[in-house]
Design a protein around this ligand. Structure first.
Ligand SMILES: Cc1ncc(COP(=O)(O)O)c(C=O)c1O
Length: 376
């Protein structure tokens, strides 16, 4: 770490990483203490048996608070799995898509492209009901742009497109759901906006989210699934079965204890903020600092169409690539790190997950204005 980098009063920089993303300061401080000794047991969280009383409590509280935040009804199971969100690309079809069955895909970005590619392992009959590639994934489609053909067993969507900076949203930032044929479950990759805004879980058959952006650290994937989707449609290895994972409360084998524990701390933090409405209001205000600059400064060009702008990943460019590079370097010297856009998209990406403080977004907005003035 070079001393030329400006740190915040807490001794850190504003971390705009797309994932693993920043964590709330109090979560990190608590984890520091619990690594040494959790609950006065004289043993750290990393060293406790996953079947002992201490971890029983950690897991039970994590699930209870996860349910409380999302108001998750009893007919939905909450699982903390491994293999990242990417493993859900095979786990979902393995469990719920019969051989050569039909599922429909709303391809709105890089991660949903990958989901679409992977389903081909299970069936050649699936189709994309929306393909955002020709328009470079600048938006999430209107219902009139979605075309269903054969009735699918499920529809897959990705609520927030981390690379392109688009999100399924209404003008007030709440989630906008695509039309889905009657009675067909919606499966949602919520990795980069899980619990960032009010979420009616009952609108979905299954939600999954790699924890490392908004609900914890890498190592666990939160899966929330409706009971009727748990029983696999084919013979599967035990670890791949949702029904087994749900019955064994994510402990069929040694689970990612630290990652589950950390998600538990983040859930407590979300509740302390006032739950999803409060977190959403803060996220709207944070994103506004940055989008206001994009709208008022022709120097920058945003990637997302305004009606699909993500509150979590804000993507934009300077007039030239050389200026993009200079922007990222100068921002870093000024205590704002990880602003370089993904290699597929270039430009910049500011990830403003729940844990990014408003001061970070304000600092970035001020810097953007200053940089444009000096280089425009
Ligand atoms: C929307 C989305 N889906 C899936 C993934 C892949 O997640 P993982 O690395 O946990 O497999 C990511 C990672 O950035 C993501 O942003």
């Amino acid at each position: 770490m070079t001393s030329a980098v400006k740190h915040t009063p807490s001794g850190r920089v504003f971390n705009f990483s797309a994932g693993p993303g920043c964590l709330p300061e109090e979560v990190i401080r608590q984890a520091q203490a619990d690594l040494w000794d959790i609950d006065g047991t004289g043993v750290g969280i990393l060293e406790h048996s996953h079947r002992g009383k201490t971890f029983d409590k950690v897991l039970a509280e994590a699930e209870e608070n996860c349910r409380k935040i999302g108001n998750i009804p009893a007919n939905y199971k909450v699982m903390f799995l491994t293999g990242g969100a990417t493993s859900q690309n095979f786990m979902v079809p393995a469990n719920i898509l019969p051989d050569d069955g039909v599922a429909a895909f709303l391809t709105t970005g890089h991660w949903s492209e990958r989901t679409w590619e992977e389903v081909k392992v299970y069936s050649s009959k699936c189709y994309e009901a929306w393909d955002g590639r020709p328009t470079k994934h600048t938006c999430c489609p209107a219902d009139s742009e979605i075309s269903y053909k054969d009735k699918p067993v499920y529809v897959h969507m990705c609520s927030n497109n981390t690379l392109y900076g688009t999100q399924w949203r209404h003008a007030d930032g709440t989630i906008r759901l695509p039309k889905v044929p009657d009675g067909v479950p919606l499966v949602c990759d919520m990795s980069s906006d899980m619990y960032s805004r009010p979420t009616d879980v009952t609108k979905f058959g299954l939600i999954y989210a790699g924890a490392q952006k908004n609900v914890g650290v890498a190592g666990t994937t939160l899966v929330i699934a409706r009971e009727d989707l748990l029983k696999p449609v084919r013979k599967l290895p035990t670890m791949l079965r949702y029904d087994v994972q749900a019955k064994d409360q994510s402990r069929h084998n040694t689970p990612p204890v630290f990652a589950i524990y950390l998600s538990g701390l983040v859930f407590k933090w979300i509740l302390k903020q006032g739950g999803l409405s409060a977190v959403h209001a803060a996220n709207m205000a944070k994103a506004k600092f940055i989008y206001d600059v994009l709208d008022s400064t022709p120097f920058y060009k945003g990637h997302a169409r305004p009606d699909s702008r993500s509150l979590m990943n804000i993507t934009f460019r300077c007039p030239t690539e050389a200026l993009d590079d200079a922007f990222v370097k100068e921002a870093q010297k000024n205590g704002m790190d990880q602003l370089k856009g993904h290699r597929n998209t270039g430009g910049m990406r500011a990830s403003t997950y729940n844990a990014m403080p408003a001061e970070g977004c304000k600092a970035l907005a001020d810097f953007m204005q200053d940089f444009a003035k000096r280089n425009g």
